[in-house]
Design a protein around this ligand. Structure first.
Ligand SMILES: [Zn+2]
Length: 143
């Protein structure tokens, strides 16, 4: 956890530095390698990227990013920077999803004596043999 916070702080600093460089020396004036070269460079450093973003499938994220760029007809100057932001967003949304995992307690609304059942899914169909009816979610708890 701490490692991730440190990483985000570090990335923030890099972003800040890059925007300062951008002001001093705009990307439009700088000569960056072609898209193909940049993507090849990312591909040859997949291992390094997955160390930085251990919760992500880097190869899959790269494919997703390339698909997204294609679908949205976007071209970027700096694909490496764009990829890093892409991974960062994905990684943040994974963390958020993990935090938001709930467990659902299913029970019988008409018969409180029936046994409760717990599930991580909120769309389960659980039938109660005791009272011959379908159990409903009576409570959700943070896992
Ligand atoms: Zn029941």
């Amino acid at each position: 956890m701490n490692k991730k916070i440190d990483l985000n702080t570090l990335l923030d600093r890099i972003d800040a530095l890059e925007s300062r460089i951008e002001k001093l020396d705009p990307t439009s004036k700088r000569k960056l390698p072609s898209k193909k070269e940049q993507i090849e460079n990312i591909k040859s450093n997949l291992e390094e990227w997955s160390q930085k973003f251990p919760t992500l499938d880097i190869e899959f994220e790269l494919l997703k990013m390339l698909d997204w760029l294609k679908a949205n007809q976007k071209r970027k100057k700096d694909y490496r920077a764009f990829f890093r932001n892409w991974l960062r967003k994905s990684s943040n949304s994974i963390e958020k999803n993990v935090q938001d995992v709930y467990r659902y307690i299913y029970g019988c609304k008409n018969n409180k004596d029936c046994k409760h059942q717990e599930s991580e899914y909120k769309d389960m169909v659980i039938f109660c043999k005791q009272c011959d009816s379908q159990k409903k979610i009576i409570k959700s708890i943070r896992a």
